[in-house]
Design a protein around this ligand. Structure first.
Ligand code: B12
Length: 378
């Protein structure tokens, strides 16, 4: 397979109608970045060829094509190739391993035979070795092999929603029940009454709304609720957060501004909303830009709003290059600005924040305020 990639100054440019990924040489591994650019360009081709290999070798592919249609399968396998590209560009195989584990759990919940994922990854590996340049195939295939070896060992996802140590467990359970029964007004009342009865807003964020939202995600993952139920839950959680904002009492002004955004491609912004609210409660002025913020516009916003701190959220492993690109672009506007990152991949992969060029990461909103304060006092 011929690679349509040119090396131009400090950026790799991918030709054709695909998105060009700007790459920070400082923060990313060069070989992996190069392979990632090839996978970006030809991801669907690799996905199609992997499915064809499955069809030829065992008939599983034919069965899958009949059941789901070729296009849907290419979308699914293409998402894995995209994730592999992120892992390679960032130089962390754990990003791809986590994706494989997540998919293995998803398959188990839907009674898909475990052999299917093994077969899929095995053929993807063969396809990478056959069609990437000779020097690159083994690196990419090695990431897939690591995933093949580790996803089978992954423990089942643990639910923390009903943790006995949670002093607000009763409120959490009643809130979840109201959400699952689509009693939106009741769900909001449960949160407002808990606050009136003395629960603090950070506790309601951390011990009720966050675990409820995560449990809904896990329930979808375990095939216990539909996408519609999960979406409804998200809307109710968002409304509960807005209601709580009206009840927030603010600390005296800290004289600091934080600009918060979910990076390009990341549609998750509820966690970031919680982070923004907690900065605000500590006297910071938040500039909350929400989900899916394009790289260049984010950098311009940093120039326009002149924050003391930038807080970026990534929802999935698929958002890592966008995070690194955003940080690079922001630093072209303000080289000295402290940048804090957070969200799913940073919480589960040790030290990943360094690989995207951030100054720190935080797993929760409370820690985010502490780290942000420290970074801006330095
Ligand atoms: C709601 C939700 C959505 C909503 C988002 C709506 C919105 N406006 O945010 C929608 C429907 C858009 C969505 C889409 C998808 N989602 Co989703 N989603 C969720 C869900 C259920 C809840 C997320 C949430 O709000 N949690 C509550 C908040 C408060 O927690 P949090 O996000 O972790 O944030 C906290 C910390 O992480 C941290 N933090 C977060 N951001 C930041 C930023 C900074 C700077 C700092 C310091 C800290 C910080 O502080 C927060 C508060 O403590 C999760 C389940 C889960 N386990 O979280 C899945 C989940 C994240 N989604 C998932 C998936 C797969 C998807 C989709 C790919 C589904 C699909 N097939 O289309 C798409 C991807 C969309 C995209 N391109 O981004 C998977 C990810 C799996 C994985 N490991 O990769 C999850 C885990 C569900 C699951 N169990 O399978 N999703």
């Amino acid at each position: 397979m011929r690679s349509p990639i040119a090396f131009e100054n400090k950026y790799y440019i991918v030709a054709g109608p695909f998105t060009a990924h700007r790459v920070s040489e400082q923060t990313m591994n060069e070989r992996g970045t190069f392979i990632a650019a090839m996978l970006d360009q030809s991801g669907r081709a690799y996905a199609s060829a992997t499915i064809l290999r499955m069809q030829e070798s065992s008939g599983t592919g034919t069965h899958l094509v009949q059941e789901f249609g070729f296009r849907a399968l290419v979308d699914e396998v293409g998402a894995r190739v995209h994730c592999l590209a992120e892992a390679l560009a960032i130089g962390r195989s754990e990003v791809f391993v986590n994706d494989a584990r997540w998919l293995a759990e998803l398959h188990t919940a839907r009674e898909v035979p475990p052999a299917l994922l093994t077969e899929l990854l095995t053929h993807l590996k063969a396809e990478l070795v056959a069609n990437l340049p000779e020097a690159d195939g083994p690196l990419a295939a090695g990431y897939v092999q690591t995933a093949l070896e580790s996803y089978a060992l992954a423990p089942a996802a643990e639910s923390k929603a009903n943790d006995d140590l949670n002093p607000h467990a009763d409120c959490l359970n009643r809130f979840l029940m109201a959400v699952l029964e689509a009693r939106s007004a009741d769900a909001e009342t449960i949160i407002n009454e808990a606050h009136s009865a003395g629960a603090s807003i950070p506790d309601l964020h951390h011990l009720v709304l966050t675990p409820a939202q995560r449990e809904l995600g896990e329930m979808w993952h375990r095939a216990e609720i539909s996408v519609a139920e999960e979406h409804l839950g998200s809307r109710i959680v968002e409304r509960a957060l807005i209601n709580l904002r009206a009840r927030m009492s603010m600390a005296p002004s800290a004289g600091k501004k934080v600009l918060l955004a979910s990076v390009s491609g990341n549609l998750h912004d509820i966690g970031l909303r919680v982070v923004a609210d907690q900065f605000e409660m500590h006297g910071w002025t938040p500039v909350f830009l929400g989900a899916n913020m394009p790289v260049d516009d984010l950098a311009l916003a940093v120039r326009e709003f002149e924050p003391d701190l930038v807080a970026l959220s990534a929802g999935l492993g698929l958002h890592l290059r966008a995070t690194a690109d955003s940080i690079k672009a922001i630093r072209t506007q303000r080289s000295d600005i402290p940048i804090l990152v957070g969200g799913g991949p940073f919480s589960c992969i040790e030290g990943l924040w360094k690989d995207v060029g951030a100054d720190a990461c935080a797993e929760t909103a409370k820690i985010a305020v502490e780290r942000g304060t420290r970074l801006t006092n330095a």
